[in-house]
Structures are given as C-alpha cells and as structure tokens.
Ligand binder design. Sequence first.
Ligand code: PDD
Length: 287
Amino acid sequence: MSAYLNGEFLPRAEARVSVFDRGFLLGDGVYELIPVYSGKPFRLDAHLHRLQFSLDGIRLANPLGIEAWRERILQLIALQDFADQSVYIQVTRGTPVEGQPLRDHAFPQHAPPTVFMFAQPLVTATAEQKAAGVCAVSAVDNRWLRCNVKAISLLANLLLRQQAVDVACAETVMLRDGFLTEGAASNIFVVKDGVLKAPPPSNLMLTGITYDVVLELAARHGIAHETGPVTEAEVRHADELWMTSSTREIMAIVKLDGVPVGAGVPGPVARRMDALYQTFKQQVMRA
Ligand code: PDD
C-alpha cells in the first residue's frame, strides 16, 4: 500500500516528515478527501478546485498544477490493490529551512510545502445500516468563521464529533445563532412536506461535493428543493434529516438528541435520493 510524499511513491510505513513540519506543530495546512469507485476518482475536478480554494484561503501557493495533481492521484490509485478507495491529500506550509525560526506564527520563507497522499479502502454504509439510519446530537457551532476552508486544524470538529460518539451517535448537527450550519464532518439536509432544504454555501460551512451532487440530482429528477437559511425549529420539526459526505454518502438521521425525526425511520425522500445517488455513481463511475 503506497503513499505519496513530496514527489515520491513509497510504502506507507516509510513515509516520514520532520517534527518541525508546520502541519505537525501548528496545524498549518489543508486537505481533501476524494472517494474512488472502481479505480475512478469521483468528481476529481471539483475536489481539486476546492483544494485550490482552501490553499488560496491560507495563502499557500499550490505546489502542483491540475494536470500534475491528476497524474499523481491516478498513479496512487493504481498502486493500491483495492478498487474502492478514499484518497486523502494534505498540503502543509512545510518545514522551515536552515536559519529560519523552527516554530513561528509568521510564515517561513522559502519553505517548500509538504505534499502527502495516501489511500484507504472506502467503506460505505451497508443496506442494513442505511435502512436503520443513525442518531445524532445537536451542539452550538463554536468553530472559526472560515469553515469553507478545509483546514487540517480540526480540533473544534473533533470535539464536536466526540459529543456524538460519547452517546453512541454518528454525528453532531451544528447550530450557529439559531441556524443550521452543518455536521462535524458532513453537510446536513432537512425535508419538510416533501421539500428538500439545506443552508446555502457560505463561510459557515464546507460546501460538500456530495452536497452539490444531491442538489443536482434533486434538480434533475424533479425533487422539490431549495437552499436558504434553515432555522433550529426547522431542524427539530423536520420530517427527515440527513447527513451527506463522501464517506457517509446519504445517511438518514432518525433521532436527534434522543427525539425521533419524523416517523423515526429513514424517510421516502432519503431513500429515493440514496437510490439516485447509487445509480449516478454506477453510471458515471462504473461505465
Ligand atoms: N469531510 N462538512 C465538513 C465539516 C466535512 O468535514 C465534510 C467531509 C463535509 C462533506 O464534504 P464532502 O461531501 O465533499 O465529503 C462537510 C470528510 C469526509 C473528512 O473530513 O473526512
């Protein structure tokens, strides 16, 4: 199982970076996670576009062009002996060169960024798990105000997610000033009276690639949908509540803070969207 580090493909266990790497010391970097089906990366261009947005957001020059990224990612995928993968990409501000402070808030000069990638088997939910749905808890979104940057400094997200894990739930649904933002590691949708609704992209949430696909599929298949501010009351009185992400795909939340969502089972719109998503994947990726 190979990884990629700074221009080289090497066994995962041999990948090494300096303890003075700013990713390690300061959480100074960004990442992407790309699902791969049957060896084909899903929406690669959109992921690379989002990576560029994140790099711009932290004022780090992209160390590779689009074609170079594509080439390396495809090479990494080809080196794995499993077909469905999640490819993790991380770019940090690197390790300060000789003569520069070892740890400084100020950006180092002339430090080449660290580029690291690895792939893992992609494990998506089984039919049974989807039929059961998951539980979630709610919490106040206490993260910074640049949640559309996919930063590796995830401490707030980790602490928020752990609140769900502590009570054997799958996700934490976050609310800021009385409005839905997203999940600790997912986007959140509500359904009321057959209408699918999600918050609009903003600095308060990461615009998920899955989020985009869900809205596109809704448009293509005539499912009533809108984006707009979602109030806490809309979340608590939704007929359906979903989490979406590259690894969770479309997962129904059937209980929030111990209270059943709608009928307490995955709803018809979630089931339809999941079917559309699976078909879309098959058509696009396995063709
Ligand atoms: N996270 N919001 C947050 C905060 C996320 O961390 C993620 C995904 C998403 C959904 O994005 P996408 O649909 O592109 O996966 C939304 C990945 C899976 C992770 O951090 O592991």
